[in-house]
Design a protein around this ligand. Structure first.
Ligand code: PEP
Length: 256
C-alpha cells in the first residue's frame, strides 16, 4: 500500500516573516492529521529557519528543498550540496522541475546525475517529469515521460526508484490554473507505472507518483480519488496554510 505524499514547492517566494507565518499556520492546521506525509520545499536560504519553526511547532512536516548541485564540498562557487541540506534536516529534494529544465538548461542526463547523488547521500529525490503543451498536442506525453524516467533507469537500474518519488507535472498545467482532469492524470500515471513495470513490477507497484499542476483545494479530492495518483506536488496553492492543509487532508481521506 502506497502512502500518499503532498509536497509544497514554494519556488522563489519567501521572507523570514512569511516562512514563519506559513509554517506556524501549517503546524496548527495539520495537528492530528495522519495518513499523509506532508513536505515543504522553501527556497534554500530559508531551510534553516523552516527547520527551526517546524521543530518548535512539534509537527511532523517533512522538510525539503528545490534543488541541489553535484558535489558535497570544494571549489564550486555558488553551489549547494545534499550534505548541507541534510545538515538542516532537509530530506526530500525536488529535481528535474520544468522551470529548471527550461531556465537552467538542465538535461535528462544532468537530472539523472542529481538523482544518483541525492540517493548516494541518503536523501529522497522528488523527480519531476512531464510534457509541454506542444508535446501534449502532438501525442508525445508518454514518450517524453518515459525518456525522462529512462535517463535514471538506464544508468542506475530500475531499483534506484525504490524510495524515490516521481512527480508527473504536465508543463501546460503548472501555474496556469488549468489542471489536468482527474481522468487525464490517472491515464498518464497508469501509463508511467506500466512503463516502469516493464523493468520491475515490484518497483512500479510501490512507487509514489504525485500529480502536479494547478492542484487546489477544489480539485484535490477528485485527483486523489484516482488509484494511481499518490499525492501532489503543489506550487501556488502551497503558499496558503489553510488551502495547502486542505489538500493534504484530502489525500489522507481519499487514501484511508
Ligand atoms: C509546481 O511548480 O511544481 C506546480 C505544480 O505549480 P502550481 O501548483 O502552481 O501549478
Amino acid at each position: 500500500m502506497r502512502h500518499p505524499v503532498v509536497m509544497g514547492n514554494w519556488k522563489l517566494n519567501g521572507s523570514k516573516a512569511m516562512v514563519t507565518e506559513l509554517l506556524n499556520g501549517l503546524n496548527a492546521e495539520l495537528e492530528g492529521v495522519t495518513g499523509v506525509d506532508v513536505a515543504v520545499a522553501p527556497p534554500a536560504l530559508y531551510v534553516d529557519l523552516a527547520e527551526r519553526v517546524i521543530k518548535e511547532g512539534g509537527s511532523k512536516i517533512i522538510l525539503g528543498a528545490q534543488n541541489t548541485d553535484l558535489k558535497n564540498s570544494g571549489a564550486f562557487t555558488g553551489d549547494m550540496s545534499p550534505e548541507m541540506l541534510k545538515d538542516f534536516g532537509a530530506t526530500h529534494i525536488i529535481i528535474g522541475h520544468s522551470e529548471r529544465r527550461e531556465y537552467h538548461n538542465e538535461s535528462d542526463e544532468f537530472v539523472a546525475k542529481k538523482f544518483a547523488f541525492i540517493k548516494e547521500n541518503g536523501l529522497t529525490p522528488v523527480l519531476c517529469i512531464g510534457e509541454s503543451d506542444a508535446q501534449n498536442e502532438a501525442g508525445e506525453t508518454l514518450a517524453v515521460c518515459a525518456r525522462q524516467l529512462d535517463a535514471v533507469i538506464k544508468t542506475q537500474g530500475v531499483e534506484a526508484l525504490n524510495g524515490a518519488i516521481v512527480a508527473y507535472e504536465p508543463i501546460w498545467a503548472i501555474g496556469t490554473g488549468k489542471a489536468a482532469t482527474a481522468e487525464q492524470a490517472q491515464d498518464i500515471h497508469a501509463a508511467i507505472r506500466a512503463h516502469i513495470a516493464q523493468s520491475s513490477e515490484e518497483v512500479a507497484k510501490n512507487l509514489v507518483i504525485q500529480y502536479g499542476g494547478s492542484v487546489k483545494d477544489s480539485n484535490a479530492a477528485e485527483l486523489f480519488g484516482m488509484p494511481d495518483i499518490d499525492g501532489a506536488l503543489v506550487g501556488g496553492a502551497a503558499l496558503d496554510a489553510k488551502g495547502f492543509a486542505a489538500i493534504a487532508k484530502a489525500a489522507a481521506k481519499a487514501k484511508a
